[in-house]
Ligand binder design. Sequence first.
Ligand code: ADP
Ligand code: MG
Length: 330
Amino acid sequence: MDSEQTGSGEVTTPPAAAPVPPIAGDEYVEDPFADATLPGMPAPAMPDEQQDAERSDAPAADGPPAIPEPAELTEHGPARVIAMVNQKGGVGKTTSTVSLGAALAGYGRRVLLVDFDPQGAVAVSLGVNPNELDVTIYNLLTDPECHVGDVILSTDIVGLDLLPSNIDLSAAEVQLVSEVGREHSLARALRPVIPEYDIILIDCQPSLGLLTVNALTASEGVIIPMETEYFALRGVALLKDTIDKVASRLNPDLRIIGVLPTMFDPRTLHSREVLQTVQQAFGDAVFQTTISRTVKFPDAAVAGEPITAFAPGSAGADSYRQLAREVLAR
Ligand code: ADP
Ligand code: MG
């Protein structure tokens, strides 16, 4: 199961088994935080005075605030750039990038998905074999003659475009290290197309290395997909720390747009408890939307379609449409 159709392999437990092409640099070289476990909670994500505050204007009983329908757009751009980040693999970053992107396109937004993981899984999830591409984001980052418009591909989904990557991107990470302004390479590369899109979503690799720092530097906001599993909060303090550092040194606009609980199983007490813990840790930053665990996601990835096209009537597609509305409202 080394082909790009790996997802069909019905891999049993390993959560990081994404339907991706064979890769060489899978070993998270740049993850200095892998063992930085956090026994309890990360530092509160909210300002103290806001934390735990029983706000009387909060939604009544357990009715969360209604999520507004997105306004129709009469013109497009400039894009909000959002990085999908979690240095853990297999938490639903790529799935969320593709599904949220397609859902946003369904609301009439012009969306660009930036595959910023050398695994090229965004392309695969959209039915594109990244290893057959002549130009990818690698060329964009390393060749000043390469223009972003030459690399962008349109997809079968109206309004949804792709800036693909493949294994070459892992070389770019090494090459960038010696560049001046190396943290700004992606921001620079994306600048020409900012006016053309409403939303640009960057799917990050599972690491907090230079590529992810580039993604954070290029973004106004971060969405943190988080598996609703026991170890979900492990490493999250370091993720927050990285976001804070990028915000203070490179990109003052950066903020956390939301934490997205994924692989949620409402039937298990365990899943509900983890969700509560995440909500205690991140407060209002946690999206109302949770993404349940269902085999429809790997199935959609293998079919090379976003869930909203593969199973438009499914609960999974519904969830990502609701997430799209939440993101547009934040
Ligand atoms: P990441 O990009 O964080 O590594 P992926 O989005 O590739 O994570 O997801 C890892 C694996 O889990 C993939 O095989 C994907 O199809 C599957 N998956 C993602 N979200 C869900 C979900 N909500 N329910 C079940 N499987 C999921
Ligand atoms: Mg991924």
